[in-house]
Design a protein around this ligand. Structure first.
Ligand code: F6P
Length: 328
């Protein structure tokens, strides 16, 4: 394969960190070196790009990181990167450093910045979907999602023990921003009694009626998974409202929070990150730019940044129904 005359490829992680980002960095760096291209690490995402915080990476710069959570390059959210003047400054830094290809590992917010660099300034750039939320169009799974749901499931299984021992209803809040994928997967796999996700209209009276029905069918404890972006508010707020309507219930709330973002990546996340990191460099070598590299049905796919940023992954409604059927 020819390397499309690429001499230096920059790599950065942007937005919320996700387990598997390190595995992706490792794959980008080693694929570049294998093909005679110098990889350059850009620290702290777009913030480091704007400050020229670059360093040349070697094969051993990424030794023993495949199993580490977080990102060795560190990450940031830079809200004004969509300003063409700010973005232009970043592009200037890339050119000064002789970086002629860029891999951005992050979520849709990060891809908006990458798209601007591609469209307005002709930067050769590809994206890798790195977020625990699994909300990116153009890939079956995002890097970090599998680890996050396994972390959440482990925590909820433990909560179940206490719920059961003390006859409690637990409202467990999971992350996901405005997408309910983490909630749906964790609810199904922990046998939760109900889930409240942003993709549906939810109703407190219906929820209370459902809880009453469950109690009548001799269930003494319950787990309700609340996705952070749901319409009824936070798990705390929902629990308060339920307590007002059902004063005989003892309810507790656990917000899992950032624990879901950390930890050693699962095998699936390591493999996905390795395959996609490799594909990102090969895409740049083949002159492909302005796309996110994803995986659908085990095949590497390219989705334009325009689509990856504007379209949405859809919740599987059949699975919602199954979760309901199995929770009776
Ligand atoms: O996108 C990942 C994510 O963890 C979301 O699930 C959550 O809404 C958000 O980031 C939290 O971001 P921050 O750590 O900046 O508060």
């Amino acid at each position: 394969m020819v390397n499309g005359e690429l001499k230096k490829i920059g790599v950065l992680t942007s937005g919320g960190d996700a387990p598997g980002m390190n595995a992706a960095i490792r794959a980008v760096v080693r694929t570049a070196i294998y093909n005679g291209i110098q990889p350059v690490g850009i620290r702290r995402g777009y913030a480091g790009l704007l400050e020229g915080d670059f360093y040349e990476m070697q094969s051993n710069s990424v030794a023993k990181i495949i199993q580490q959570g977080g990102t060795i390059l560190k990450s940031s959210r830079v809200s004004n990167f969509k300003d063409p003047e700010v973005c232009g400054k970043a592009v200037e830094n890339l050119r000064k450093e002789g970086i002629d290809g860029l891999v951005v590992i992050g979520g849709d917010g990060s891809f908006r910045g990458a798209n601007l660099m591609h469209k307005e300034f002709g930067v050769r750039v590809v994206g890798l979907p790195g977020t625990i939320d699994n909300d990116i169009f153009g890939t079956d799974y995002t890097i970090g999602f599998d680890t996050a749901i396994n972390t959440a499931v482990d925590a909820i299984d433990k909560i179940r023990d206490t719920a059961d021992s003390h006859n409690l209803i637990f409202f467990v809040e999971v992350m996901g921003r405005d997408a309910g994928f983490i909630a749906q997967y964790t609810a199904i796999s922990t046998g939760a009694e109900a889930m409240i996700i942003p993709e549906t209209e939810n109703n407190l009276d219906d929820l209370c009626q459902y809880l009453e029905k469950e109690r009548r069918s001799n269930k003494t404890s319950g787990i309700i998974i609340v996705s952070e972006g749901a319409d009824l508010g936070s798990a705390e707020q929902i629990a308060e409202e339920v307590k007002k309507r059902l004063p005989n219930y003892e309810a507790r709330v656990t917000t899992l929070g950032h624990v879901q973002r950390g930890g050693s990546p699962s095998c699936r996340d390591r493999v996905l990150a390795s395959i996609l990191g490799n594909a990102a460099v090969e895409a740049l070598m083949n002159g492909i730019s302005g796309v996110m590299v994803g995986q659908i049905n085990n095949e590497v796919t390219y989705t334009t940044f325009d689509d990856a940023c504007s379209k949405h992954n859809h919740i599987n409604w059949k699975w919602q129904q199954i979760a309901h059927v199995l929770s009776i």
